[in-house]
Unconditional design. Structure first.
Length: 202
């Protein structure tokens, strides 16, 4: 697999390096990701996994990331697309929010951090949203339920899932159409892309 630094401009690679260093530093104080991550592990396992989501909504200007945690994928997208998009990172843990705000400040990422539960955020508060993302936050059916207010307004749901992705899609309500795309970073995993179905002709 190509190293993420080879996939982005030099300035973006430097911002991702700063993010990686902050993540390792903060992870010693609060648990952001398990274990003692190396820079290589952060890039190959987390950053590259996040960067690939851009392909599923390349023209999106407003993204919503649910349960941002350590910033995957939301903060990575905000760094990679800085100046082109705004990413709303929603996280209920205030310590993690402090970390995300420090990353945004240090990297100049186009991120707005909301210290809140997604259930408490009304769509009108964020304005138009083009894409909704979440990674390892909840089961797929729960994610669809939580993101429904934006999906029904035209947003596309982009959810990296593991080996159970195909089985999970079977439970998605018929008002939504789903497709599976193979993950570029893990051939056994999939990315589930969800949109509300458009009404057919009468």
């Amino acid at each position: 697999m190509t190293h993420p630094e080879k996939l982005v401009p030099r300035e973006t690679a430097e911002r991702l390096r700063i993010y990686s260093e902050l993540l390792r530093e903060w992870n010693r104080r609060i648990t952001l990701i398990s274990g003692e991550p190396s820079a290589e592990n952060i890039y190959s396992r987390h950053i590259a996994d996040s960067l690939q989501l851009i392909h599923f909504c390349p023209a999106g200007e407003h993204w919503l990331d649910i349960g941002s945690g350590a910033g995957f994928p939301g903060m990575v997208l905000a760094i990679a697309l800085s100046g082109r998009v705004v990413v709303h990172c929603v996280e209920s843990d205030r310590r993690k929010c402090a970390f995300l705000r420090e990353v945004a400040r240090s990297t100049g990422a186009s991120a707005i951090v909301h210290a809140s539960r997604i259930e408490d955020i009304h769509p009108e508060r964020l304005g138009p949203i083009d894409a909704v993302t979440a990674r390892a936050f909840a089961g797929l059916l729960a994610l669809v339920s939580l993101s429904r207010p934006w999906l029904t307004r035209g947003a596309v749901g982009i959810f990296p899932r593991g080996k159970v992705a195909r089985a999970e899609t079977a439970a998605i309500p018929p008002e939504f159409e789903t497709r599976l795309a193979q993950s570029e970073t893990d051939k056994s995993s999939s990315i589930v892309v969800i949109r509300q179905r458009r009404p057919g002709p009468p």
